[in-house]
Design a protein around this ligand. Sequence first.
Ligand code: NDP
Ligand code: GUE
Length: 290
Amino acid sequence: MIETKPIDGKAFAANLRARIAEQVADLVRTRGVTPGLAVVLVGEDPASQVYVRNKAAQTLEAGMASFEHKLPADTAEADLLALVARLNADPAVNGILVQLPLPGHIDSTKVLAAIEPAKDVDGFHVVNAGRLAVGLDALVPCTPLGCVMLLKHHLGNLSGLKAVVVGRSNIVGKPAAQLLLKEDCTVTIAHSRTRDLPGECRQADILVAAVGRPEMVRGDWIKPGATVIDVGINRVPKEDGKTRLVGDVAYGEAQGIAGLITPVPGGVGPMTIACLLQNTLTATRRQNGL
Ligand SMILES: NC(=O)C1=CN([C@@H]2O[C@H](COP(=O)(O)OP(=O)(O)OC[C@H]3O[C@@H](n4cnc5c(N)ncnc54)[C@H](OP(=O)(O)O)[C@@H]3O)[C@@H](O)[C@H]2O)C=CC1
Ligand SMILES: Nc1nc(=O)c2c([nH]1)NC[C@@H]1CN(c3ccc(C(=O)N[C@@H](CCC(=O)O)C(=O)O)cc3)C=[N+]21
């Protein structure tokens, strides 16, 4: 029987934020530069409001400036594009994040394309996605960046390991695969059309689940001793009418099979926000030629 160890993303993220805060303090003291992050939220999705609040609080805690822009759900696309243009031109703003998903009447591709790539701290702009793909310095999507940081910390060198990423979104799956490839993993990207998904997963030394389906990955899909990174954040109803968070992996079933696994909550989620601050610091340095 394998002893399955949880990966404490919450503690790792807290530590990372503390190190970022030191570097921010240093930047303020030596250069008089305070990194600024603008977060734009359109509409009143309760889950998004929680994330935006958490992001703002942690931004301030790190010693950065936080600019929150809350727009009504019926905001016209042109007005959102005008706000993005103002933020692009504002020297106090080093990073811009437009919370997704956007309401249906707004073309999110168009909005993401309007963000200045140097301020694109989500790493969603095609210029950053392209730079990552060809191996140039890029702002890298926060969630995959956080996943790979946790993997390197716990496994050391990832070279030659077989990684299976379930999910191919531009936000998580695809950039996660790019980063794992950069670490010299042998990478498979699985998705809704994959034949024999359990069999593909069973090959993985590193299994990244980014699907958005509660507990879809079962215990017997996991190779004994594998490292499991559960990106899923799914709210499911409890008996008492409230909701609880579960990942894309059946966490209970993974016990005794996986070697290491990220819990939900307390795994990848907190790393996403810490990496957002890391990207904001990186963007600030580059914009100031540092
Ligand atoms: N922890 C964090 O910080 C973050 C967590 N998330 C969470 O991660 C999850 C994924 O997010 P995101 O990538 O944006 O989601 P998307 O819905 O954009 O992508 C889901 C992917 O999963 C694939 N998929 C769906 N159903 C199946 C299936 N039955 N078998 C195999 N593959 C399937 C889809 O395949 P296809 O392309 O073929 O349709 C798609 O590629 C969500 O739970 C989200 O809440 C997201 C961002 C940050
Ligand atoms: N432009 C954009 N960039 C994003 O990065 C982005 C986005 N839009 N839209 C929504 C998703 C989701 N996301 C999360 C961030 C933090 C947690 C997080 O902190 N989770 C904690 C607690 C969650 C809770 O308790 O609700 C945890 O997993 O432990 C989760 C999910 C960022 N996203």
